[in-house]
Design a protein around this ligand. Structure first.
Ligand code: NDP
Length: 419
């Protein structure tokens, strides 16, 4: 039925590609294009013969709009799935506009070079005006809204788990469970153990940038920013158990604050073990998380990129990781004049994911919703010209697809709340 161009072939893309190949009725043909073509070829070789989906591969540098335009014109896809890095969001959106093709991704834009003066000026203005200092925000991609509307094209932003599924949970709660949502706590728990003293579950550079930054949350119409890891809570997660979790800034808070009418507070918590935090603090203290290039033996190196080369590739954690993830949203609010609480969540088992697609649950919980988001666009269920996040569409077909394609969810009434 459809042809899709998938950009990127890392941990998350590999899962999305496996799931597209399980869903050949929708994904009749896929072209996998990435910086390192050999990874695309290896995945094609693994999947061919197991699927009716026709697979081709290409090399592309997605930082270059001209290369992307040439590739899109050659492949002629119905949709471009950006599963590379957030650094490439804008170049790929530009290329989609130039070629008249729909777009989707799993994470919002952030620049690779934090010292770019033009970006820096806009960033500092936003920090002052809005009160949160994360390096990423939606403004860069929301700025494309009119262009996508005029072109009659849809851009779906952030269809992973968080962002992504968490926003579908919010839209579902708004549509079916509450008349008014007062508070949302997004809880992201990884109870998995990979046996390494320190490794990240997805791209180390993006992951470490995110968790070493100040936390922030939305309350009564404005942002409250706090020092990194300074709000800690404990929570007893279904099928995982008691875990420490820390308040982080997270991108979906920004769009949910706009799209859930009257919401008073939105927070995001992620679990971390003590070993992870101790390693991260130490690496930060010695400058290894820095994104500033330094001169080393005649070469320019970026410390966090050098660290990435030393750390285990998240795509290789699959066979070693045991345990489960539990990710979901706790809501408080009102229904029919009564106070009410609800918790919507998914539990995912690392080893079951590995047995199915050869990846651990973090890549799985992101790659499956990437395929589902693409399916929503390709089957016409979610097409509306413009630039949108997941909660701006009807959650019902997406929630049904989560149950069908490997991420079943459940609703718990009267859950324990986070203070
Ligand atoms: P990886 O680093 O494993 O994979 C990234 C892929 O993009 C690699 O194949 C890489 O190529 C390719 N790539 C990088 N730069 C370029 C470029 N300039 N041109 C072409 N290809 C390029 O990352 P993950 O799979 O862990 O993460 C993918 C995305 O998913 C990220 O945006 C991440 O933020 C997002 N994510 C979203 C989550 C959510 O819940 N919403 C959760 C986890 C991740 P090469 O192989 O050569 O390095």
């Amino acid at each position: 039925m459809s042809k899709v161009l998938i950009i990127g072939c890392g941990g998350v893309a590999s899962v999305a590609i496996h799931k597209c190949c399980q869903n050949s009725d929708v994904f009749e043909e896929i072209c996998i294009a990435s910086r390192t073509k050999s990874k695309c070829d290896a995945l094609k070789e693994k999947l061919e013969g197991t699927t009716k989906t026709k697979i081709t591969t290409r090399q592309v540098d997605a930082d270059k709009v001209d290369e992307l335009i040439a590739l899109i014109r050659e492949v002629q896809p119905d949709l471009v799935m950006n599963i590379a890095l957030p650094y490439q969001d804008l170049t790929i959106m530009d290329a989609c506009l130039a070629c008249g093709v729909n777009y989707m991704d799993t994470a919002n834009y952030e620049p690779e070079d934090l010292n770019d003066p033009e970006w820096r000026a806009q960033y500092e203005k936003r920090c002052k005006e809005q009160g949160f200092s994360a390096y990423f925000d939606y403004s860069y991609q929301w700025a494309y809204k009119e262009k996508f509307e005029k072109a009659g094209l849809t851009a779906l932003l952030g269809s992973g788990f968080d962002p992504g599924v968490t926003q579908a949970y919010c839209a579902y709660a708004q549509k079916h469970l509450f008349d008014q949502i007062d508070t949302i706590d997004i809880l992201d728990c990884n109870g998995g153990d990979h046996g390494y003293p320190f490794a990240t579950n997805f791209n180390p550079e993006i992951n470490l940038r995110e968790v070493s930054a100040p936390g922030s949350y939305w309350e009564n119409g404005h942002w409250v920013e706090i020092p990194a890891m300074s709000i800690k809570r404990e929570y007893n997660f279904d099928q995982v158990g008691q875990k420490d979790m820390y308040l982080l800034h997270h991108e979906e808070i920004e769009s949910l604050a706009k799209n859930i009418p009257g919401v008073q507070r939105i927070r995001f918590f992620m679990t971390f073990g003590q070993s992870y935090l101790t390693h991260m603090k130490c690496l930060e203290n010695v400058g290894m998380l820095s994104t500033e290039p330094i001169e080393f033996e005649g070469h320019q190196i970026v410390p966090i990129q050098f660290l990435k080369a030393l750390l285990p590739d998240p795509a290789t954690l699959g066979p070693r990781t045991v345990g489960k993830t539990n990710i979901g949203c706790i809501f408080t609010g009102k229904k029919d004049g009564q106070q009410k609480t609800a918790y919507i969540y998914n539990v995912c088992d690392h080893q079951e994911c590995y047995a199915e697609v050869g990846s651990q649950a973090i890549s799985y919980t992101t790659g499956v919703p990437a395929m589902i988001g693409a399916m929503m666009l390709l089957t016409g269920k979610w097409n509306k010209p413009g630039v949108y996040t997941v909660e701006e569409f009807d959650p019902d077909p997406y929630m049904a697809a989560l149950n069908q394609w490997g991420l079943p969810w459940q609703i718990c009434d009267n859950p324990a709340l986070v203070d």
